[in-house]
Write a protein that binds this ligand. Sequence first.
Ligand code: FES
Length: 67
Amino acid sequence: MSKVEITILKDGPYLVQGEITLKDGSGSAFSNLKDSTALCRCGHSKNKPFCDGAHKTAGFKSEVKAV
Ligand code: FES
């Protein structure tokens, strides 16, 4: 299994890099995922769970620092 990396982008999505399986609450997998997937964390995307760029127009602000 290859390593998956998740980066919390400033004022933006979770950037997931690596091969993943993403499932909905019923266990069905999303298809056609790429090696780099942006997951919405602002709640404004019209294509959840994926980021569609709406965080920019929504003015989403969040910067997370690892401690
Ligand atoms: S983080 Fe980009 S649309 Fe929500």
